[in-house]
Design a protein around this ligand. Structure first.
Ligand code: IPM
Ligand code: MG
Length: 357
């Protein structure tokens, strides 16, 4: 039996509940398909700050590097809002991305038929929506030189620098073009080239890289226009490729087209061990109540099977079970509407397991 090691980092807030749910589902798939999954549970984020005084213990990084895949819940919460900037829980996820050189974050956005009426957009605008956001993840303003607030001529000033090098842009656009080849052969590169020098380099590089993919149609959109197009005509998009900051913002916007950000999985890939996490945060307001939507994490586990364990069959099992559970009308609180059955995190997970069987 093939053995795989998965580092599970529950993190903070609802992170514990949702990773526990995803592990139950992974175990069921493993039993069905004869995989042997070994889990190593590790702390990061606020939990690690409380346990060992830093958000990303080196031991967590080492375990992640040595593993076949990492499954992460979420980090952060009001309890740690006032800690020093470089000790914030978010440093855990940023540090992991950097240490594992996970330069691409894939955020597939699909609206299951059963959820078409849960979207804030009209059903006819989102029926069949299927787009992929490819977000650059280890560069740009997130990682550029920063200056925390300092007095300059008697006035507090702070700054962050958006900086991109050509090879960083080239590798992410290449990845987006390759993803598009397996989809509908269209890539929209999103920038702010009318204002930002870094965006002008981005656009030029995207043009250059795409020349090697004559079967893929490349177009460009300014980020403000893209934000508008996403709610106006989201189905025009196949693959969107963009910078770290723009991708962060646009993927939250695109996520809610599915009715709830709680549905969205993501895969972060690059040179080291890939990392899988739902795109929502730690939702401290509902943590510990057992009502969080586990589906974003369960679908992240599906991506983990597909991309890191080379087990497409397992991924498809999970995705089909999730679709079936939604079609049966089960909904966690974030998605509950008249005519559906409201279930807890635990019950939603049990329904998915039944549908897997
Ligand atoms: C995300 C999150 C993170 C980000 C935070 C938690 C640092 O919003 O994964 O989208 O900004 O990248
Ligand atoms: Mg975000």
């Amino acid at each position: 039996m093939k053995q795989h090691t998965i580092v599970v980092i529950p993190g903070d807030g609802i992170g514990r509940e949702i990773t526990a749910a995803a592990v139950r589902v992974l175990d069921a798939v493993a039993a069905k398909l004869g995989l042997q999954l070994n889990y190593q549970w590790r702390d990061a984020g606020g939990a690690a700050i409380d346990a060992v005084g830093e958000p990303l213990p080196t031991e967590t990084v080492a375990a992640a590097m040595a593993a076949d895949a990492v499954l992460l819940g979420a980090v952060g919460g009001p309890k740690w809002d006032n800690v020093e900037a470089n000790l914030r829980p978010e440093q855990a996820i940023l540090g992991l991305r950097k240490a594992l050189k996970l330069y691409a974050n894939l955020r597939p956005i699909r609206v299951p038929a059963a959820l078409a009426d849960a979207s804030p957009l009209k059903r006819q605008a989102i029926d069949g929506l299927d787009l992929l956001i490819v977000r650059e993840l280890v560069g740009g303003i997130y990682f550029g030189p920063k200056q925390e607030a300092t007095l300059v001529d008697g006035v507090l000033q702070a700054s962050d620098l958006e900086i991109y090098q050509e090879p960083e842009v080239a590798r992410i656009v290449k990845l987006a073009c390759e993803a598009a080849q397996l989809r509908r052969q269209s890539v929209t590169s999103v920038d702010k080239a009318n204002v930002l020098a870094s965006s002008r380099l981005w656009r030029k590089t995207a043009e250059k890289v795409s020349a090697a993919y004559p079967d893929v149609a490349l177009s460009h959109l300014y980020v403000d226009n893209c934000a508008m197009q996403l709610i106006l005509k989201p189905r025009q998009f196949d693959v969107i490729v963009t910078s770290n900051l723009f991708g962060d913002i646009l993927s939250d916007e695109a996520a809610v087209l599915t009715g709830s950000i709680g549905m969205l999985p993501s895969a972060s890939i690059g040179e080291g061990t890939s990392l899988y996490e739902p795109i929502h945060g730690s939702a401290p307001d509902i943590a510990g109540q057992g009502i969080a939507n586990p589906l974003g994490t369960i679908l992240s586990a599906a991506l983990l099977l597909r991309y890191s364990l080379d087990c497409a069959a397992g991924a498809e099992l999970i995705e089909a079970a999730v679709d079936k559970t939604l079609a049966q009308g089960y909904r966690t609180a974030d998605l509950c509407q008249p005519g559906t059955t409201k279930v807890s995190t635990e019950e939603m997970t049990s329904r998915v397991l039944e549908n897997l069987a």
